[in-house]
Design a protein around this ligand. Structure first.
Ligand code: AVJ
Length: 320
């Protein structure tokens, strides 16, 4: 019998530049806050709830795609892969992969939220005691080091589900995926989920759910600024809004100021007009051709899977 190998030797690196990033964002003409701020423990829990909402089609659809194509996906990935997940999001997807893949070398989830990472990893290790799990608490958009793995693996396969790539402005998405290719090396794989362009109403509903969970998720960012870095946002004076910017092909999440107001931090005051808004997130949608054009300098496309309604896509790319 194989031992359960889960190494909890990762630590919470914190985020030293967060305050600076926040202050800079709030001093721009168009005020903005970084979307990574969504994911504290509460935010990660709210996001888990979002993935189960009737209106939020991406998670459910991607799960469907994985289920219906698990054999093809598995043969793309091959045996003895070191599976690295960027963001340890919905555990349903990774569970499907861990159950469906051929023999694997290890699963390495990377996540910015320490508590979320440890909790989800512990749950996973109970159900997959024979799989080596090595969680790493890092901001994967910044340079970081993999530990020295003292075991064999055939190739690195990066799993980047959920269309999180949509958070990047497309030229930056291209750069980011080029970095992933450079860091993992020729022959490595990238299994990536990408949300597709579609009717405006369908997209907008996904980010304006009837239960108001997405609103709580968006507003949680302000509570977090209050509790963690000493701002004094009056949460009742802010409203969630999500609009699809069709020419740009992106959902925009806004926090709208319901009054003329002022927020302060250590003597720095920031003024907001009534109806002025802070941009908290962009979520870009692609056509298959658009996505292909941002990856084909660095990757060969080995597989593209789409659901029957053409809502969402999953791609297996090999680094060239
Ligand atoms: C995690 C970035 C893929 O853009 O759909 C969900 C985040 N924001 N509802 C998305 C999100 C509001 C989500 N991603």
């Amino acid at each position: 019998m194989t031992e359960s190998i889960i190494k909890l030797n990762t630590t919470d690196p914190g985020d030293e530049n967060l305050l600076e990033e926040v202050i800079n964002g709030l001093h721009k003409d168009q005020k903005e806050l970084p979307c990574k701020l969504f994911y504290d423990k509460k935010g990660s829990e709210l996001f888990d709830k979002i993935t189960e909402l009737a209106e939020y089609y991406p998670t459910r659809t991607e799960i469907e795609i994985i289920k219906s194509n698990i054999e093809d996906i598995s043969s793309c990935i091959g045996e003895n892969a070191l599976l690295v997940e960027l963001g340890s999001g919905s555990s349903t997807k990774i569970r499907l992969l861990l159950s469906g893949l051929k023999k694997m070398s290890a699963y390495v989830p990377l996540d910015i939220s320490y508590n979320h990472l440890i909790e989800s990893t512990e749950a996973l290790s109970k159900d997959f005691p024979h799989i080596r799990i090595i969680p790493l608490c890092v901001d994967y958009t910044k340079p970081f080091e993999f530990p020295d793995f003292d075991f064999d693996w055939e190739k690195i396969v990066v799993f980047y589900p959920g269309s999180t790539i949509g958070n990047f402005h497309p030229p930056y998405a291209k750069k980011f995926l080029a970095n992933v290719a450079r860091r993992t090396g020729r022959g490595s794989g990238l299994l990536i989920g990408v949300d597709l362009k579609k009717q405006k109403e369908v997209i907008e509903n996904a980010y304006n759910d009837a239960k108001g969970i997405t609103a709580d998720f968006n507003l949680n960012m302000l509570s977090r600024l209050n509790s963690e870095i000493g701002f004094n946002f009056d949460i009742d004076k802010w409203q969630h809004r999500a609009v699809y910017n069709e020419p740009e092909g992106r959902i925009e999440m806004h926090l709208v100021s319901l009054a003329q107001q002022c927020v302060s931090h250590n003597g720095t005051r920031i003024y907001f007009e009534e109806n002025e808004f802070i941009i908290t997130e962009y979520s870009y949608k692609y056509t298959l051709a658009e996505f292909e054009s941002i990856v084909n300098d660095y990757y060969r496309i080995d597989g593209v899977w789409v659901d029957n309604n053409g809502k969402f896509s999953l791609h297996y790319l090999s680094v060239i």
